[in-house]
Design a protein around this ligand. Sequence first.
Ligand SMILES: Cc1cc2nc3c(=O)[nH]c(=O)nc-3n(C[C@H](O)[C@H](O)[C@H](O)COP(=O)(O)OP(=O)(O)OC[C@H]3O[C@@H](n4cnc5c(N)ncnc54)[C@H](O)[C@@H]3O)c2cc1C
Length: 407
Amino acid sequence: MDFNDTPQEAEFRKEVRAWLSANAPKEIDIDALRYKDDLAPFKNWQKKKAEAGWAAVTWPKGLGGRGGTPIQQVIWNQEEGMNAYLSMPFIIGMGMAGATIMTHGTKEQTMRYVPPMSRGDEIWCQLFSEPSAGSDLAGVRTKAVKDGDDWVVNGQKIWTSFAHVADFGILVARTDPSVPKHRGLTYFILDMKTPGIEIRPIKMVSGESDFNEVFFTDVRIPDSNRLGDVGQGWKVAMTTLMNERLSVGASFPSTFDEILELSMQLPGEDGKLIDNAAVREHMADWFIKSNGLKYTGYRMISALSQGRMPGPEASITKLVMGRGRQDIASYALDMQDMAGILTDKEQASLDAVFQRSFFRSIGNRLEGGTDEILLNIIGERVLGLPPDIRVDKDMPFSEVPSGKVGG
Ligand SMILES: Cc1cc2nc3c(=O)[nH]c(=O)nc-3n(C[C@H](O)[C@H](O)[C@H](O)COP(=O)(O)OP(=O)(O)OC[C@H]3O[C@@H](n4cnc5c(N)ncnc54)[C@H](O)[C@@H]3O)c2cc1C
């Protein structure tokens, strides 16, 4: 494969650069944005992108896109750089919910939800994980019971990013406990302002509260907000999860360039840290891994450009990226010696990029599939190893032990 731009791609890249240089903010202060609850800078940028057809390059015109190719989307992502931070609150809508609605929704649902999502007018959250159903998503216990034209939802979700600012959520609930777990699920679009929803923030190790617990008490969802058929929730959720893995894997940079820069800045015993053989060995290792990620990324691009959905490549990228970011951040803090504990960006090296990444990378290894689940996928689907043991796969869900005392 030739990694250089074709003349058409080079022309497209020029167009992207020209638009960004005319429209993007000149500087982005992530800390100033993060610690305020003001969503205006995020919403303004998203709207600007959608109006010019950059919100999702491959989506149709009128839905925030420009009917572009997957390669053009990749070029946009490469050029958008730090500006992508301004699209963070929209990641669940743009990275997961939008594609799922366009694939499984009706025309009415697509036209109602996708344009305001890509303009940034409405923020989305993903109501999948529960206290006893994370990796085993098909084990969700939040139930939805049909009542006239509505469904009545009771139960609890957890780790719901952006629920505290979300207008809508994508929800997987159990609608039939009498059949095996994968077959009794249904997928809904939930208006987060519906009575009966309680959102409690969870404080993270970094001190931030980006995610929440969400409780449902007799929450009513009209049947018109069901996405896909009753009992087909697993199939619909698979579209979401595939898109989630792609967007998590792609949205976090490897941070190799930064640690290399740090090693060239900081003093060592004999010159700079980079002059030390042990440091150089680490740098060589991460250089190889970050290039491996880059070329695996190109394999995904090849798959996309041939109209195929990347499969195991997305799992490999996410696995190596999550571990790599955590290793790099941890080593970078050691390299800073006592100063490694400073989290204030005015005082820490490179605006505290590694202090932030040290805390955030823990989550990278869990969200969108934990390391062990990704290893299972690679073992089973790439290497053809025997599958994981799934004893409850064919059992009616109501007979699966819940682990609760007394039933
Ligand atoms: C930053 C962040 C944001 C998130 N945002 C959202 C969100 O917006 N919406 C949402 O729904 N969820 C969200 N999640 C939840 C995330 O999807 C789950 O944390 C993840 O799927 C793992 O589930 P769990 O936490 O229940 O762990 P569990 O599934 O209970 O796993 C516990 C441990 O057991 C291991 N394990 C489990 N099953 C197996 C197996 N079969 N083989 C080997 N090992 C296994 C796991 O790897 C893990 O180490 C978020 C998580 C994080 C960290």
